[in-house]
Design a protein around this ligand. Structure first.
Ligand code: FER
Length: 291
């Protein structure tokens, strides 16, 4: 029988709200994860460094009316180099953590534009735009909400599917079917991606969770129908730091998938903590596997 040990202490130590993502430690020896990890292959040097002599994409802040929240909400959109309205693009929805907002990936060390520019230059990704919303679906969606805003993260699927996706599809030159839509995120955003992605397989064919938080549903709830996920999901991909106390959230899903022969990748980033070292690696790899 597989055993997972995660202390209540860990959650308690995280209750202090913080504008940055909390740095979540592993308490030595308290986790015994009996999980088959997929091989870790380091990202190449410079994957997250601005490179000279290549073309660059742009990031623009958009505002959209949210029916479920009842406010005008913000998101950042990365458009690749030479974005061309005569072409059609796939869409990656890229979500932030409990301490973040629509700026976290861009301003707090995720460098998604640099990672994507480099991948484009090397022809390692399909044509896609990257939408970075505010996943705290509340009238006050500021970072000040801290852990108290966890319920608002759980409500974001209504805004995402009901308002943001239709807005993106009306205002950008993108495909509108599930095979051209992916969802991934870090920590709370990783849990949202697993919950919303697997819960709406008619909307998202590709799902990624980076260091997913305790908002991740238990595997049996995420995958109530094993045959359906095998048929409809095209990618279920996870990464978590080996020194991240939240690794259990991903491990329980990976373990369920292995038992039920559901294709699922789970990489343990060696010594990785709860930070952008792991999340940049996540974006770099996930982006190459979608569409
Ligand atoms: C928790 C620990 C971590 C939790 C959320 C997090 C809602 C989220 C961390 C992050 O997004 O970085 O117990 O409960």
């Amino acid at each position: 029988m597989k055993k997972f040990y995660v202390t209540a202490l860990l959650s308690l130590s995280l209750m202090a709200a913080n504008a940055q993502e909390p740095n979540i430690p592993m308490f030595g020896g308290q986790q015994n994860l009996d999980v088959n990890f997929d091989p870790y292959v380091a990202a190449p040097q410079g994957f997250d460094q601005e490179r000279e002599g290549i073309e660059h994409g742009t990031i623009q802040l958009i505002e959209y009316p949210s029916e479920s929240v009842g406010t005008v909400r913000k998101a950042n959109v990365y458009l690749p180099p030479k974005y061309d309205k005569n072409k059609k693009y796939s869409v990656l929805y890229l979500l932030h953590g409990i301490g973040g907002d629509e700026w976290e990936w861009v301003k707090d060390g995720g460098v998604p534009n640099i990672i994507m520019d480099n991948l484009y230059a090397d022809k390692k990704v399909k044509d896609m735009i990257v939408v970075m919303p505010n996943g705290r679906a509340a009238k006050d969606d500021s970072r000040a909400g801290g852990y108290g805003s966890a319920p608002a993260f759980g409500e974001f699927d209504k805004d995402l599917i009901g308002s943001l996706i239709p807005y993106i599809e009306k205002n950008f030159s993108v495909y509108t079917d599930k095979d051209h839509r992916a969802i991934a995120g870090l920590s709370m955003g990783g849990g949202q991606s697993l919950n919303f992605g697997l819960g709406n397989m008619d909307v998202f064919a590709y799902v990624g969770g980076f260091s997913s938080a305790p908002n991740t549903k238990p595997a049996a709830q995420l995958i109530p129908d094993v045959e359906k996920v095998k048929k409809e999901n095209k990618l279920l991909w996870m990464v978590c730091g080996g020194a991240d106390g939240l690794i259990y959230n991903s491990a329980q899903l990976k373990s369920f998938c292995d038992k039920n022969e559901v294709p699922c990748t789970f990489i343990k980033y060696p010594e990785g903590r709860h930070d952008f070292v792991v999340w940049k690696y996540g974006l770099y790899n996930f982006a190459q596997l979608i569409f």
